[in-house]
Design a binder for this molecule. Sequence first.
Ligand code: IVH
Length: 650
Amino acid sequence: MNDKQYKQAVEKLNLWARHYYVLDDPITTDEVYDELYHEVLAYEGQNPHAIAENSPTQRVGDVISDGFTKEKHLSRMWSLEDIFDSDGLKKWLEKTYRLDKNISFYCEPKYDGASLNLIYEDGKLTKGITRGDGSVGELITQNVKTIRSIPLTIEYKELIEIRGEVVIFKDEFEKINEQRLKNNEAVFANPRNAAAGSLRQLDSSITASRNLVFLPYGVGVNSLKFKLLSELMEFIYTLGFIKPPRHSTCQGYEEIQNIYELMKEERDSYEMMLDGMVIKVDEIASQIDMGYTVKNPRFSVAYKFPAVQKITTLKEIVLQVGRTGVVTPVAIVEPTDIDGVVVERATLHNFDEIDRKDIRINDKVIILRSGDVIPKIIKVLTQERDGSEVKFERPSTCPVCHSELLDEGVLLKCQNLECEARVINSIIYFASKPCLNIDGLGVKIVEVLFTSGLVKSVVDLFDLSLDKLLKLEGFKEKKSQNLLDAIENAKGCEYWRFINSLGIEHIGEVASKTLSDNFGFGFIDATKEQIMACEGIGEEMAESVLEFVRVNKEIILQLQNILQPQEPVKKDEAKENPFKGKTVVLTGTMSRSRGVIKEMLESLGAKVSGSVSKKTDFLIYGEDAGSKYDKAMTLGVECLDEDEMRKMIV
Ligand code: IVH
């Protein structure tokens, strides 16, 4: 790659990334992106002084700060007055029309996240500042650079402040909380807290891992010449920022009210959380005339959606037994209407959460429901207690099969493999979307199949016949045939689905894809070392795979024989080079961060490990190398400085 090709490659990567992260319309595959990314990385490794400012490698979160410095916004970040209903809207419109009759409005979502000010100078992102008190915030540029929907460079060269909200999409939020539960950490109450917390991490690699998203809603200091805010925003979107899922210009009460109703109805289907709609006067000259009160702009208002939090009473805690035997507590609450949906159950996650929040039966609690986010108890109102509250006793036996539970601290587990709840849930899981995607195998039908004795394990599904099904209550010919067809359709599935459907503990969709890509049908013969060498798979996961295969090898082969999944094509391997297949340890300060060098070596097929042992093939050291260097010397591990390493690659 020469300098020109390098620059073109960076442009191409940015275009691809923009289609992926901003336009939600990928135009290449991850594999092609990764390949070019690694070529760029290798070029930068050899030409550290020629690295482009907008290179995607500059987003790697590897900066650890020991605190954030305060930074003044170039112009104040205002907040908005709230209105809550159509009366509020009418009053606000009257007031606003009194200031100026000839106005129209621009409506867009009010995102629920953390506000952020971006400063671009000469087309480069130079500062990212949290809102703070509106005048002064905290400088978090390093963290901001890890957010993929924030362009590092823009085509517009004048000084500009671009403002927006940093959010976490709902599905990502659920994933983070699942992970936190596994690590025995407290869960985030809502996506807003998760976004705000992630943005202010001192270790920017944590921010990078959270998949934050930036949604622009306005500008501060700028010298743009647009007459209308709607035009100005269109221009901002063209610079490489995400467009709102719905935005629109309109006039008068009726039109505004209609868009509001529409957005409220649609909001569950949006990826991000909204807490209302923002109405802004579209004419920028009128905005300037109207000006500000002490706190808020007069030309804008937040029309809030009905609350998604409600106070209710916790009536009971019931226990559910999942397919892995984990017993989860679920709160049954006094039915309460939250934004049109009657909520009766809320998740409690696990028994530690009950202790941590000191949740007692009869407590008054605040529950949150929003979109796809499962209703949850976010707060216990302890000041409301009257003595009638009862502590919840941790169970010692399975609520379904009554066998003794294994107490693992955070988790309680039913150990009985034949426990009805476990079997039924594992069949449902086997048939679910990310597994074999068999339509029609929901809770009710599986329960009937199980209790009738027809299906005692997943293998039995493939022995079902029309005759057998028609004998069951409620099974007519059409329904039965549809079910049989759906089961038949599962044959010839992708191999990762097959792996995922086995329900191996700690192995979900992503890990199943990794195992399928790396080993194909050979996954049942892979060794612990081979499995751990796969990206994203650690020791606990590898052990879980091995143990599962050891116990269930026959059943796996039997199922594979029935299902005849497709053998995946293995990934291209790295070209021959001295680091391929070798274990490498990095230490000391090098010309590039260790994260970048690690990625480069991994792209060459090396495994980069954290500590030196007899198995280490190379230690690569920078300045101020310490104990790892000494240990490598004692063990006779080959030590290379950065230059020597680079010479071996070319
Ligand atoms: S405009 C000049 N638009 O809500 C007015 N704010 O309550 C400045 N927010 O601090 C704000 N979505 O963090 C505006 N589409 C949107 C917004 C939005 C979310 C947040 C923002 C602001 C707060 C005001």
